[in-house]
Design a protein around this ligand. Structure first.
Ligand SMILES: CC/C=C\C/C=C\CCCC/C=C/C(=O)SCCNC(=O)CCNC(=O)[C@H](O)C(C)(C)COP(=O)(O)OP(=O)(O)OC[C@H]1O[C@@H](n2cnc3c(N)ncnc32)[C@H](O)[C@@H]1OP(=O)(O)O
Length: 286
């Protein structure tokens, strides 16, 4: 069995690795919009920081995609804890302003960047732990589900889920598949069909998250789990992850154009545009 999982799906990245020798990275990387702290050679903490809700627009997705590539290029790095510095929100998903009254070319670029992000994250050989400090909605939920493990703060007001259907959106098949692989077919069907939003205890019961901790323990517990997992034989862990995920991953990798066209067609639909306008207004009114 091939163990070269990442390069199988990212031949260009593979080419980059082959032509650019690995260089030692600085201890941490800080931009205005995220922060990477290398806790040891083996793992890093990756904090999203785009207030007010870490919404994902094209520029931010491109920035995050570059950072995922950066992680992938570091052979010593085994795992990443993905979290957010924004108070009470992990991510509210795609920036709705990218979808409302949008230019088709820009929308296409946004969706390709969303696909890239999911393919890189879901297809990574590294260990990703989602440390969910706050709300985890829509694409934010798909991102969390694409990690290997989810730990969420114990706060009844914190929400996790995907409510696409309320706006007339049929979630893309790779989002559905990611959810099916996390909580099973029946619960996914109920969750998406009825736009279910869960608090942490409901999500834990469902298996949508794996642990709940108090907010002051979120990072220490995530690091504890990460350290344990870093001790697992790397090759076997990577091969297991590949064998568990390659089928689902391949379904999007081999079907990207159809997925792009479906997204553009459904988003440009006047009825959906109308819904998005009302939804945006309701968010602003609060
Ligand atoms: C629209 C499509 C819905 C679902 C699609 C789902 C799945 C399909 C998967 C693939 C496609 C993915 C698409 C998406 O991800 S679209 C994004 C959908 N996201 C949401 O529906 C979340 C909306 N936000 C909220 O519910 C709340 O903001 C949240 C996260 C619970 C935080 O609440 P709170 O702390 O009270 O903050 P505010 O609501 O006051 O928000 C502050 C500020 O941010 C603006 N904002 C919130 N979310 C978004 C967003 N996703 N995009 C752009 N802007 C957003 C909000 O309007 C406020 O703006 P203001 O100017 O008033 O400060």
């Amino acid at each position: 069995m091939s163990i070269n999982f990442y390069s199988k799906f990212f031949p260009l990245i593979k080419k980059g690795v082959a032509s650019v020798p690995f260089q030692l990275r600085p201890l941490s990387t800080r931009t205005d919009l995220f922060n990477v702290e290398n806790k040891s050679e083996e793992y890093a903490i990756f904090r999203l920081n785009k207030p007010p809700v870490n919404s994902l627009n094209l520029e931010y997705l491109n920035l995050l995609n570059n950072q995922l590539d950066e992680f992938e290029r570091n052979p010593k790095l085994k795992g990443i804890i993905l979290t957010s510095d924004v108070k009470s929100t992990f991510s509210a998903g795609v920036d709705i302003l990218e979808m409302y009254k949008c230019e088709p070319k820009r929308l296409e670029a946004v969706w390709r960047a969303v696909q890239d992000f999911w393919i890189k994250l879901y297809g990574s050989k590294k260990i990703y732990i989602a440390a969910l400090n706050g709300h985890v909605l829509a694409l934010g939920c798909a991102i969390a589900m694409s990690c290997d493990y989810r730990i969420m703060v114990d706060n009844d007001k914190t929400k996790i889920g995907i409510t696409a259907v309320l706006l007339g959106i049929n979630a893309p098949s790779w989002v559905k598949n990611t959810m099916i692989n996390t909580i099973g077919f029946r619960e996914t069907e109920k969750s998406l069909k009825f736009a279910k939003i869960y608090n942490p205890h409901q999500a834990l019961k469902l298996g949508l998250i794996d642990e709940i901790v108090s907010s002051d323990k979120l990072l220490s517990r995530s690091e504890e789990v990460m350290k344990t997992w870093c001790k697992i034989p790397t090759l076997a862990r990577e091969m297991t992850k590949e064998s568990m995920r390659s089928e689902t991953l391949g379904k999007l990798v081999n079907n990207r154009e159809v997925d792009v066209q479906e997204f553009i067609t459904s988003t440009m639909d006047p009825h959906l545009q109308d819904n998005l306008g009302k939804y945006l207004a309701s968010l602003k009114k609060k």
